[in-house]
Design a protein around this ligand. Structure first.
Ligand code: OAA
Ligand code: MG
Length: 224
């Protein structure tokens, strides 16, 4: 008997202009712009990310049984160009959920990144042919393909809830998540942080960076 797979409606795609603004930023700025707790922790770039590259796109959420990638295959078949495939698998790293073949296929579908709360394999192939991959680990052990799973429902990845259509900002520091309904507000705050950091960099170079707040916040007591 076929395995169960619930599928919720696809979310509207974000305006290209918003995606472009976020691509000029970084996951750390987005994190700061949303109160420093927007990140999916424990996921790092594993393959395919170029130095300095920032990948942005709306989440296509996938929930799968740990160690099984049947619904991940289904998601790749129906993903829309520009989406980031987000695979929630409970952070288990005992079996890889995708590898080089699936990475190559994802690239042909226009998927811009693969975010896996679990392990992947075929790292060198992924590096060559896949959109950037963010995951919690690597293992040579391959997945089962039995299901079940869920598509476009809410998922928990690295300690945060990600809903289908939320915006992900993925770079060398990891994966930041912007809830869809707060996209404009958080993007503007991240842009403001970009500008204030530029001013701070100038001050550092000129030797005028304000350090007074440290002694105001700290009582140093010398001991011998
Ligand atoms: O066998 C699988 O499903 C995963 C894999 O290694 C690949 O995509 O190359
Ligand atoms: Mg493989």
């Amino acid at each position: 008997m076929p395995a169960d797979c619930l599928m919720y409606p696809a979310s509207p795609l974000p305006p290209a202009e918003l995606v472009g603004r976020l691509e000029r930023l970084a996951s750390a700025l987005v994190s700061d712009g949303s109160g420093r707790w927007a990140g999916a922790t424990g996921l790092g770039p594993i393959a395919g990310l170029k130095p300095g590259q920032v990948v942005v796109g709306p989440a296509f959420t996938v929930r799968t049984r740990p160690g099984d990638n049947l619904v991940v295959h289904k998601a790749m078949d129906i993903a829309r160009p520009g989406e980031v495939l987000v695979v929630a698998a409970g952070g288990h790293t005992d079996r890889a959920l995708l590898g080089g073949l699936m990475g190559q296929y994802a690239a042909t579908k226009g998927i811009v990144a693969l975010v896996v709360d679990g392990a992947v394999r075929d790292r060198s192939d992924l590096d060559r042919v896949s959109p950037p991959v963010f995951a919690t680990g690597l293992t040579h052990l391959g997945p089962y393909k039995n299901g079940p799973g869920e598509l476009r429902g809410p998922v928990s990845v690295g300690g945060v809830v990600i809903r289908d259509g939320d915006l992900l900002v993925c770079d060398e520091d990891g994966v930041a998540v912007i809830p869809r309904h707060r996209a404009e507000e958080i993007t503007s705050a991240a842009e403001a942080k970009f500008d204030s950091e530029a001013a701070e960099r100038r001050a550092i170079a000129e030797g005028t960076w304000d350090r007074s707040w440290i002694d105001a916040a700290l009582a140093v007591r010398e001991v011998s």
